[in-house]
Design a protein around this ligand. Structure first.
Ligand code: ADP
Ligand code: MG
Length: 236
């Protein structure tokens, strides 16, 4: 079975600066794959390449065996790709429910959008805030709504960019359980996260980016002890 996501040889330049340099990475269905690295390593840029928001100078993006390198974001969404953003990007004036509906109408189950949305609101315990406008939500809840909105696409590949930022420890713990459930239902999750405890607790595989290059990959217990990774984080 092909990987849900296979990235190879991806290079991105901003002016003369190589934000990504020959990056390869994969994410499997049913697994949570972590992508970690210091600030400015290129994590969000890689998400932009995978979602089709930024064209790489070179390299390929393959989803479930289909080369989508030349496809736009909408086409990738219809193939089951969804993401959240590091800076929250909910539609502030829309209700939680409408935010989810807009997303559901992009995905492969768009004909049943309302039903899909009802189910997610129920599952994530968002019924109490469903009719509230997104810009009135506390950060922890807004993060959850972002994930809910991504789930409304019924993704087979879910990209999460620092989804636990601004969540309190209790929210983070519930969130970890949610991620596990999503993966157990068969999605591939690619998780960018600064909360190292969360990454080490939930990820099956971890890729480490530093200065635009993958410097290590493997299971969390190996990554935790990798000298190159420790050096990158300590700036040594
Ligand atoms: P991370 O998400 O790992 O913190 P980013 O992908 O945001 O890193 O950034 C990687 C590098 O690319 C950084 O050096 C950043 O300053 C640069 N960069 C990101 N976006 C742009 C942009 N739109 N224009 C120019 N440089 C950018
Ligand atoms: Mg980032």
């Amino acid at each position: 079975m092909p990987s849900q996501l296979e990235v190879s040889g991806v290079t991105v330049s901003f002016g003369g600066h190589r934000a990504l340099d020959d990056v390869a990475l994969s994410a499997e269905a049913g697994q949570i794959t972590g992508l970690i690295g210091p600030n400015g390593a290129g994590k969000s840029t890689l998400f932009d390449v995978v979602t089709g928001l930024r064209k790489p100078v070179s390299g390929r993006v393959v989803m479930d065996g289909h080369d989508v390198t030349r496809s736009g974001p909408a086409k990738r969404a219809r193939r089951g790709l969804a993401r959240t953003f590091q800076r929250l990007e909910l539609f502030g004036r829309l209700s939680v429910r409408d935010n989810l509906l807009v997303a559901a109408e992009l995905g492969p189950h768009r004909r049943n959008a309302a039903t899909v949305v009802d189910e997610i609101i129920e599952r994530l315990g968002l019924a109490a805030v469903a009719e509230e406008s997104a810009d009135e939500l506390p950060t922890g809840i807004a993060r959850l709504v972002e994930v809910a909105r991504a789930l409304a696409v019924k993704p087979s590949l879910l990209l999460l960019d620092e989804p636990a930022a601004g969540q309190d420890p209790e929210e983070t713990e519930r969130f970890a359980t949610l991620l596990r459930t999503i993966a157990d239902r068969g999605a591939a999750i690619l998780l960018v996260e600064h909360d190292m405890e969360l990454v080490m607790a939930v990820c099956d595989q971890v890729f480490v980016l530093d200065l635009g290059k993958i410097i290590a990959s493997g299971p969390p217990e190996v990554i935790r002890r990798d000298q190159k990774v420790l050096a990158a984080y300590l700036g040594a």
